[in-house]
Design a protein around this ligand. Structure first.
Ligand SMILES: NC(=O)c1ccc[n+]([C@@H]2O[C@H](COP(=O)([O-])OP(=O)(O)OC[C@H]3O[C@@H](n4cnc5c(N)ncnc54)[C@H](O)[C@@H]3O)[C@@H](O)[C@H]2O)c1
Length: 422
């Protein structure tokens, strides 16, 4: 019998000879495969040609005895060896020069840019993308959602209703917070809007009431929607806002922390004061409001539900815009929700996180208008093929605040068109 490795050298296959002992582990491996082959042939012959049992046993023991020393002597005494794998070459013999292997040089072994101009194209950040969160004077205005809050006659689980509840939404004057607040009002809740921009919060509260009246003509029992100033990153400001809300509503049952923002700078040149502000609003602000509401619920001995608005950026790294501090902040929000869920579970307070993907708010629309290349890059990576709308969060937030999710706590609900599963 001829060894596959030695045959090109016209060597006979002698398992115990010196050639074999100093041969590579590949040879040893193949030798063992051949041994197994011999064993199975012996068995096959025994069945097919009715070989006597002692002959089969003799052949098998002979094969094993010859193979065993080969393994022990050929294996290197120390050091780590890669597990052996062997793929038979198809047709042409492979070149020994790695530079001439087209797959190797296009995938693992090539210098940057050698294989194509698309290397890493959809998996890298681009430091030239720099987007600052605009000042309030440049913020685009956003109308309230239309046609989502009217009475309807579709049967639905009563558990989804938020009637007789008071919900607080931070960052509720615009964007996702405004639309989620509208969803809560449509589901029966009263609402306290908290925002840094009190004027906008007040006009949002008035618009929500007006829209509700339009969509529910003849309804006398109007929701109580109020607006309050707070800088969520400031503990004193949060305490003052809490006292104001309790004075107007008497109680708080639910909280949605939507105050937050993102900015894009490459990490090395990220202005430190802006990074601190970003973490202050997204992380400290979420934490401060959550502990204040939990304290109130614990004192009242009332159950409650908190939804923290994180982002898919807390689980993945967005491309091409660089935003390391934001991504880290949203990962913190997600794990804060899980941690507080455990801490407050005994008080009947549930804490969950919603991680939206790319949502088309008035602000993201402005960003896309100013950076049109981002639009195609973003949508190309979303399995649903489309960005979400703020209205897509109405049901998710209502579900997590309502009794429909009574046994759900510490969860992260991703509303991202499938972005994070690819
Ligand atoms: N828009 C998206 O595509 C998207 C995606 C994932 C996550 N998010 C997250 O959703 C949340 C809402 O984002 P958005 O797109 O609606 O933003 P937005 O800028 O439209 O609205 C944010 C609101 O928060 C308020 N705010 C900012 N700082 C505050 C502070 N210190 N105290 C109180 N209020 C403050 C703003 O005045 C504004 O009304 C953010 O946490 C954001 O990170 C947004």
């Amino acid at each position: 019998m001829t060894c596959f490795v030695c045959s090109p050298l016209n060597r006979p296959f002698l398992l115990a000879d010196t050639h074999h002992q100093f041969h590579s582990p590949v040879h040893t491996y193949i030798a063992s495969l051949q041994t197994l082959y011999l064993l199975s042939c012996s068995a096959f012959e025994a069945v097919t040609f009715k070989m006597s049992k002692p002959t089969v046993a003799r052949n098998a023991i002979k094969a094993l005895n010859t193979a065993r020393p080969a393994f022990t002597t050929a294996r290197p005494a120390t050091g780590f060896t890669r597990p052996l794998s062997y793929t038979a070459s198809l047709g042409k013999k492979k070149s020994d020069d790695p530079a001439k292997d087209p797959i190797l040089s296009a995938t693992t072994n090539a210098p940057q840019g050698a294989s194509s101009d698309k290397e890493g194209q959809f998996a890298r950040t681009d430091e030239s993308v720099q987007i600052e969160y605009p000042p309030d004077s440049e913020m685009p205005t956003q109308p309230v959602a239309q046609g989502r809050g009217g009475m309807h006659f579709k049967r639905t689980l009563a558990q989804f209703s938020l009637e007789k509840k008071v919900s607080v939404v931070t960052g509720g004057a615009r964007g996702l917070g405004l639309v989620m607040g509208q969803g809560l009002v449509a589901s029966g809740s009263d609402l306290a809007i908290i925002d840094l921009n009190k004027d906008e919060a007040e006009s949002a509260a008035a618009s929500l009431i007006e829209q509700f009246r339009k969509e529910n003509p003849g309804l006398e029992d109007m929701p109580n929607v109020t607006a309050h100033y707070a800088d969520v990153a400031n503990p004193d400001s949060v305490s003052t806002a809490m006292a104001e809300v309790l004075a107007k509503h008497g109680q708080i049952d639910n909280l949605v922390t939507s105050a937050g923002f993102t900015e894009n700078f490459e990490a090395i040149n990220y202005p430190f004061d802006r990074m601190q502000k970003l973490w202050g609003v997204n992380v400290d602000g979420t934490y401060l409001f959550a502990i204040n509401v939990a304290k109130h619920l614990i004192e009242r001995k009332a159950p409650g539900s908190i939804v923290m608005i994180g982002s898919m950026s807390g689980s993945i790294v967005n491309v091409p815009q660089p935003q390391a501090p934001y991504n880290a902040a949203k990962a913190a929000v997600r794990h804060l929700a899980a941690s507080l869920a455990v801490e407050w579970a005994g008080h009947g307070i549930r804490v969950n996180c919603i991680s939206p993907g790319y949502m088309l708010t008035a602000l993201t629309r402005k960003i896309l208008e100013e950076n049109p290349q981002l639009r195609d890059q973003w949508t190309a990576l979303i399995p649903a093929g489309k960005m979400g709308t703020p209205e897509d969060l109405m049901g998710a937030v209502t579900f997590l605040l309502s009794d429909a999710s009574k046994y759900i706590t510490g969860a992260d609900l991703r509303v991202d068109g499938g972005y994070t599963v690819t």
